[in-house]
Design a protein around this ligand. Structure first.
Ligand SMILES: Cc1cc2nc3c(=O)[nH]c(=O)nc-3n(C[C@H](O)[C@H](O)[C@H](O)COP(=O)(O)O)c2cc1C
Length: 280
């Protein structure tokens, strides 16, 4: 086990660093390239039952395309991490079930996109969220993750995390929305900020009480940004924009930088720093 390996929702990952759903992860070529370049998990583009031409950010060829890819990659020891969208609960259940049957180990319900918010509206009420998650849970064996809308308020994290736990959702994919210009010292593991949740990721980590694993997405493009996300509670990080700019090499580079920082600060595993941020 390397310094940056981790168990997420019970699934062993060779690295805490993965791609974010969407950027360079929409086509077979891109996904094969990602899986060849990095031994960590591979997160698929969000997909729906029949494919979408719009909105542009959710353009996809449909779940059958990704299920075929999951069947191709899963036997090669790639941890397949699917992502689901839909305009009805039935669609979300159907897509999750197909990815599950095809061998995805982690299934992320992308409830963060307006496309889902404006149709299914899972965060419009607690009962709606509970109902949807329960239906998916009943049909899917894989570890369930939910991508949380960045608009979910920090003070609602406790109630939502309680619903996730009750519904058997093991992973929350949260915004890494740390304050701009935050001063930090990685060697000491400190930040200069008033005590409290520093980001949506940190808020969900604090209320999760160890029962919920949190993945940080947003603004991770270097080993130090990954390190800071881990200090504030992330068990894994997803990389989007850096992947677009730099290509698949970005994931391995961030993993190596994180590994070097851990070594430099005398940590034998990334687990030692998760959620350990201190307020200077
Ligand atoms: C071109 C593009 C396509 C995206 N497609 C999806 C998607 O299909 N599903 C999803 O959950 N997020 C999608 N996202 C959002 C990313 O997963 C991620 O949350 C966002 O880019 C923030 O991370 P970053 O700051 O590292 O870019 C997309 C983002 C971009 C730029």
């Amino acid at each position: 086990m390397g310094r940056t390996s981790i168990t997420l929702g019970g699934v062993p990952l060779n690295s805490t660093v993965t791609n974010a759903s969407g950027p360079r992860s929409a086509t077979r070529e891109e996904l094969l390239e990602l899986s060849a370049a990095h031994p960590g998990a591979v997160v698929f583009k969000s997909c729906n039952p029949g494919g979408l031409e719009s909105p542009d950010n959710l353009k996809n060829p449909g779940v059958d395309y990704y299920a075929a890819l999951a069947r191709e990659l899963a036997p090669k020891n790639t941890v397949v991490w699917g992502s689901v969208v839909g305009v009805t609960e039935d669609e979300i259940v159907e897509v999750a079930r197909k990815l599950d049957e095809a061998g995805a180990k982690i299934i992320e319900l992308n409830l963060a996109d307006d496309f889902v918010a404006n149709s299914v509206g899972p965060f419009k009420s607690k009962d709606r969220l509970k109902g949807l998650l329960k239906r998916v849970r009943e049909k899917v064996k894989a570890v369930l993750a939910v991508k949380v809308p960045p608009s979910v308020k920090r003070e609602d994290a406790g109630a939502i995390a309680a619903i996730f736990k009750e519904a058997g959702v093991k992973v929350a994919v949260c915004a890494n929305d740390l304050p701009k210009g935050l001063e930090f010292d990685l060697a000491k593991g400190t930040v200069k900020a008033p005590q409290g949740a520093l980001s949506q990721t940190h808020a969900f980590y604090l209320v999760g009480a160890g029962a919920l694993d949190v993945v940080a997405v947003g603004g991770v493009g270097s080993g130090s940004e990954a390190y800071l996300a881990h200090l504030t509670g992330a068990k894994a990080v997803q990389v989007g924009s850096a992947l677009i700019k730099e290509g698949v090499g970005a994931i391995g580079r961030i993993d190596r930088e994180l590994d070097q920082l851990l070594e430099q600060y005398g940590k034998s595993s990334v687990s030692e720093i998760i959620g350990q941020v201190k307020f200077a």
